[in-house]
Design a protein around this ligand. Structure first.
Ligand SMILES: C[S@@+](CC[C@H](N)C(=O)[O-])C[C@H]1O[C@@H](n2cnc3c(N)ncnc32)[C@H](O)[C@@H]1O
Length: 258
């Protein structure tokens, strides 16, 4: 922990650490006061904070795509024993370390891609996977890896969504000649962004709501709460036999004769 620093020095360090995506209140000094979404992510968090356990004493938390550590800090405030924030962008991790130190919080931040979570060799009581899915070229792979390697119980998930917000029941199978189903806007869909969306070349896939829900289920998560339009609280399905990942793995093993 660093000694308490003056507001002027805090501001100087904030400026030195580059452009901030998350607005965090560092003892009265804001890191991104002109965010295009307002006081973000605080305004979002206050819409779903009630859905999370208020007391995380003794729990471990992994914040994937932690950015400047907003959610890591909030989970530490709830008493989590251990919080690990990972992000593949070292610039954001430097911001996160400064924010946690300034607030006197013991949080570990490590450079890691979501595709490498298996390297952690550890499972966490709560995995936070907020605002990352649509930045990935391989979103389902990321969910599968999280489920397999790091999720022990709960996952807090958020994705930007576009298209219909309606959800229709998904059938177990569809006939080859059943084609109209694909014209229904509430059928699970992902929109592929070949170039940019909102000027950001890291936006790749934007799902509609039905698709988010289907992907979460397919990767082995039960949705236990939907407290905000884009946010889902999930719990892992307990038996691999129930999941599509389990099914895919069994099929692969059968075809390899192993
Ligand atoms: C839109 S921000 C969301 C930040 C934060 N989770 C939130 O909800 O406010 C996306 C974050 O994901 C990180 N990110 C993108 N791709 C990643 C990957 N493959 N592995 C880890 N982090 C990634 C980015 O560096 C960025 O910090």
């Amino acid at each position: 922990m660093i000694a308490e620093i003056s507001p002027a020095e805090t501001q100087r360090r904030i400026d030195e650490l580059g452009a901030w995506f998350q607005n965090i209140n560092l003892n009265g000094v804001q890191t991104a006061p002109r965010h295009f979404l307002g006081d973000y992510p605080a305004v979002k968090f206050q819409r779903f904070a009630h859905a999370l356990p208020p007391d995380l004493t003794g729990k471990t938390v992994l914040d994937i795509g932690c950015n400047a550590g907003f959610y890591s800090i909030e989970m530490k405030r709830r008493g989590a024993e251990r919080v690990l924030g990972v992000d593949f962008d070292e610039r954001y991790l430097a911001q996160a370390r400064f924010a946690a130190e300034t607030l006197g919080m013991q949080i570990e931040f490590r450079q890691l891609s979501v595709y490498d979570v298996g390297k952690l060799r550890e499972k966490f009581d709560l995995v936070i996977f907020m605002g990352v899915l649509y930045h990935l070229r391989h979103p389902l792979l990321a969910l599968d890896l999280i489920r397999e390697h790091v999720a022990r119980d709960l996952m807090l998930f958020q994705s930007m969504q576009r298209g219909s917000t309606d959800v229709m029941p998904v059938e177990q199978d569809y006939d080859f000649w059943q084609t109209q189903i694909f014209d229904r806007p509430e059928f699970p869909r992902m929109y592929f962004i070949e170039h940019r969306y909102t000027g950001d070349p890291t936006n790749w896939w934007i799902p509609n709501r039905a698709c988010v829900e289907a992907m979460l289920r397919s990767s082995g998560f039960d949705i236990i709460a939907h407290p905000e339009e884009e946010v889902f609280l999930c719990r892992i399905k307990t038996s691999d036999a129930e999941t599509d990942v389990g099914r895919a793995t069994r099929q692969a093993k059968q075809s390899l004769g192993t």
